[in-house]
Design a protein around this ligand. Sequence first.
Ligand code: PHE
Length: 352
Amino acid sequence: MRDKIREIEKSAIEEIALAADAGALEKARVKYLGRKGLITELFKNMGGVFPADRAEVGKLINSLKETVSKAFDDKTPGLSGGRDSKAQKIDITLPGIVREVGHLHPISKTIEEICGVFISLGFKIVEGPEIENEHYNFEALNIPLEHPSRDAFDTFYLADKWLLRSHTSPVQVRFMEKNKPPFAIVIPGKVYRPDATDASHSFMFHQVEGLAVSDNIKFSDLKGALTLFARQMFGEKIKMRFRPSFFPFTEPSAEVDISCILCSNELRSTIPALPAGRHDSRKCSLCGGKGWIEILGAGMVNPKVFKNVGYNPEKTTGFAFGMGVERIAILKYGITDIRMFFENDIRFLRQF
Ligand code: PHE
């Protein structure tokens, strides 16, 4: 009896090890542990064992059964196909669990799109802090304390001269202090202004800043880069114009307009979503009939800013620009109210 037990254990372990798939394993299970299996038979034959040996033999058979059962259990998860006790409990006719897949917020998408155009031109992405001090937000950008231009960049003040940055331009200064030209960077991020909220104003919005610095950068480089950007963003037919303007940190400065994407006759044919004739170019809801819409501010970096970061203003040239991301998204997607970006209404967000 003892030899038989050992023999059965040996052959069972061997067969389990050799079972190549779930079918073979199941066959072996029936052979050893089935109702007429070899191990089950051993229990039935206990009657023939001397009463004095019964306790010991019983223990041996029990431990044989345990060893073999465990060998089956260990092997099962590694095999595929065939009868599997777990698989059998799954009702494959039940409807599946549909996981809702999210996607990028329209503002994140627009930031990626804007930065993507400049990355293709060799710009690198740089970020900076939203909590700033007066030096970086104003002074280093040539906006002195008593200068009226400070009003345009007014912001929320925190304790001890800390404030929420009102534009991404301070990151220009932070980057230049730590890096030497030549370089070209884009700076996406949140900015804050104490504006009352309405359809076109928000106390928080996003900007993408651009800065290219080297020893021979010209205004034509700025025009080239921005024209390419406008065409990629709004279509090949878009026209661009530069209006003289003022920013303390650029000289000369310009405000940059694109031809109105709603009413410009030439463009209307490229925007199939707009029914022809719906927008009267004389009183267009987007441009007010001017035919142009402002999209960003730009200029050649003011030598004073170069001086403030320790560059030689005689030998350094560069251009900079800054645009509002919400404004670009509003124009691109025909959104009528800036608040929609921040209300998190899923019916709005799902459309992007
Ligand atoms: N920082 C300016 C603004 O917020 C935009 C700008 C950036 C203009 C860089 C010129 C150069 O309005």
